[in-house]
Design a protein around this ligand. Sequence first.
Ligand code: ADP
Ligand code: MG
Length: 340
Amino acid sequence: MYPNYFYRYLCVIACSLLLIACQPASEPQWALQGKTMGTTYHIKLVAPEQTELTETQLQQEIDQLLVDVNHAMSTYQPDSELSRFNQLTDHQVFPLSSATRTVVEESIRLYHMTDGALDITVGPLVNLWGFGPKARPHTIPDDELIEKTRLKTGVEKIQLTDEGITKTITDLYVDLSSIAKGYGVDVVAQLLERHGISNYLVEIGGEMRLSGHKLDGSDWRVAVEKPESMQRTVQQIISIGDNGIATSGDYRNYYEEDGIRYSHTIDPQTGKPIQHKLVSVTVVDPSCMTADGFATAINVMGFEKGKAFALEHNLAVLLINRENGQFKAYNTPAFEPYLR
Ligand code: ADP
Ligand code: MG
């Protein structure tokens, strides 16, 4: 009797263990956050089944990756790859890391496509207006100085070959701040995918990449904010599928002098901060880097030109204009499927 009972008991335990093993591992949703590129990042993801990876390990990998991106492309770090290039006073060929090359190449493509609205050589103007690593000026620059500085800009002044990048004028200064955050989001998304993670939301300073679903199977939803600097309220809820999304607006980064608002986005044609009623531009694209570049470029163009550009290229764009003290939103047909 005893052995029989024992074996049956053992069998029940074995079957239960087998059942537990066959069930999918519980799929926790992880939330990671930290600081990078002068802002914060937030990541949410559904952990893959039967993973060896821990949340701490993943966070360390992400932090290291973002440190590397910053060390390549930041103009705020004097010893970054980009700063070392900017500091060159001669016309030698400067070899580029593949990360920086990717971002520079995409920026050059968008420069031509946007008729120079996105211009990564706008750095001397960004610095002149006090939005670069140096403090902001005490006086607003005069037209002569603006024009003199403007002559130092233009992507044609960069030479990019297989060997590297070369300045054709000594004062050339490349600023990747308009597009590097988007690139950072893309490489974090790629890192997650290499770990077999396919359900995630990655956000750095408002630029995002989304993929798959939340733990409960529902869509990731994104709130596009009303473009107000004092409070955070929702303008539009969207759900963008597996895509990148970036917003450019002058409602967070600006300063006021004598009642005039100076935006950190510079119109390369005038050499001055943009001054128009387009207050926020949101772009959806599979690449967050591309979305980031387009958002800045359309912001430079202003409402009418930006809308025409988005329609011409069939881009998914949401523009928010300030009209008679009210916010008026317009979305392109390509943006329509994302509205909720
Ligand atoms: P945010 O997402 O914070 O609104 P953007 O992506 O629009 O920022 O990029 C703004 C930054 O890009 C500025 O701080 C400046 O360094 C740089 N910049 C400003 N004007 C231009 C421009 N016309 N083309 C490319 N970069 C620009
Ligand atoms: Mg941008």
